[in-house]
Ligand binder design. Sequence first.
Ligand SMILES: [Zn+2]
Length: 118
Amino acid sequence: MRAQAVPKFADEMLRRTSTQEDYRPRVIREASFMAARERLASLEPGGSAQYPMNVVSASQIEVRALSMPCLRCDGPYRLDEHTAEQFGRRQIRVIREHCGHCGARRTVFFQVAPEFVQ
Ligand SMILES: [Zn+2]
């Protein structure tokens, strides 16, 4: 009888695990909340050409841009375009990306400026 207790317990564990895997957390957000989040992001470093995110080297740009979670659903971004654009005297790297889950687009601005990175 003791030998049977072990498989029963294992069964229970398996059932619990599969239940957890079936569960898909869904993030339901209101349009006003998402708009506020996008507005906030536009004020943060990287949100505009006037206020780019500073990086030590160009190789960090795509890594940083793609590691950000989607503002709408926290999904992963996919790279659309990486360009270098001139804004006044500064050369700004512009990353255009979209969310692989919800398709929301985002543009992030970077500046290669090792002296400004702490
Ligand atoms: Zn998304």
